[in-house]
Design a protein around this ligand. Structure first.
Ligand SMILES: [Zn+2]
Length: 293
């Protein structure tokens, strides 16, 4: 069994918090390509990874959320796709202490799949395949597919990773809470998604983003009722508040950590943070769960 899955059997595995939030705090401007910093500001990226490990993360995500060629094309950087992902993996590897893990981050293409949109599903899968290949070449321990708003796109990424051999893979959808329950923006529900991810061989079933930690407690219960696979849950730091065009998250690390305990008790095997979280949130979570670094 893969080491990370073994660790999850012994105790709660702690992931990292937001990367985008940290990059913006370090001066990333709106519209800039965050993934280019893997090449242009490598020590800064490594420094963020190191802070998460020091705070108690067992796993950090590479800075490659928008690192597929389709998304990079929006910023005119698709020709650097391979270098961006290989370097990103190396930077996280550099910060990674012995016994800890690096997850290669795969986020959405930002395009809608045909017939709703213009992107062919085969082209999406090909872009994910090439990105995952570069991340593996750079030395990641696992692949984490995250913030997927569409089950179909998540599945394209999962199938692409499975074609690359026996590397552990996490697949995370982003759900919204409605009066009828939790659904993706494409209208897909929890049990439908879980059944497909299991059938297609995802080692870990996950959800991240959109929801704050309170809502994630309830979502965790639904996911747990639907599967026996390990679960990774990564909430935002509460609900976003927009003032004068600037979005911020109001939750404190202590509140997040308290909810983290409930997420664990609701059945999560792995917990991290999404938008608005930083190393302080991860430190508070690690302490609340008794996982001191
Ligand atoms: Zn998020």
């Amino acid at each position: 069994m893969h080491a990370i899955l073994e660790l999850a059997k012994r105790r709660t595995v702690i992931f990292d918090g937001a990367m985008g939030t940290m990059l913006m705090a370090a001066g990333l401007e709106a519209g800039e390509c965050p993934e280019l910093w893997n090449i242009e500001k490598p020590s800064l990226v490594t420094g963020i990874h190191r802070k998460y490990y020091e705070a108690g993360s067992d796993v950090v995500h590479t800075n490659t959320f928008g690192g597929n060629a389709i998304k990079l094309a929006d910023k005119g950087s698709s020709d650097r796709m391979e270098a961006i992902n290989v370097e990103a993996a190396k930077l996280a590897r550099l910060a990674c202490p012995a016994g800890k893990f690096v997850a290669g981050d795969i986020g959405p293409t930002g395009k809608l799949i045909k017939p709703v949109g213009v992107l062919a599903i085969e082209d999406a899968e090909e872009a994910f395949f090439r990105q995952a290949q570069a991340l593996i070449k750079g030395g990641v321990d696992l692949i984490s597919i995250e913030t997927m708003f569409s089950l179909e796109e998540a599945l394209a990424a999962l199938r692409a990773v499975k074609r690359l051999g026996d590397i552990p893979v996490v697949t995370a959808l982003t759900f919204n809470r409605t009066k009828k329950g939790f659904f993706t923006i494409m209208g897909e529900g929890v049990t439908q998604a879980v059944a497909i991810f299991e059938k297609e061989g995802s080692d870990v079933i996950a959800s991240n983003c959109s929801l704050g930690s309170r809502d994630m407690i309830d979502l965790t219960k639904e996911l747990r009722a639907a599967t026996r696979k390990p679960l990774l849950i990564q909430p935002n730091a509460g609900k976003p508040v927009t003032q004068k065009g600037v979005t911020s998250y109001q939750q404190t690390p202590a509140e997040f950590a308290q909810d983290g305990k409930e997420i664990k008790n609701s059945g999560a095997d792995m917990i991290g943070g999404c938008c608005g979280t930083n190393p302080e949130f991860i430190r508070a979570l690690a302490e609340a769960l008794g996982n001191l670094p």
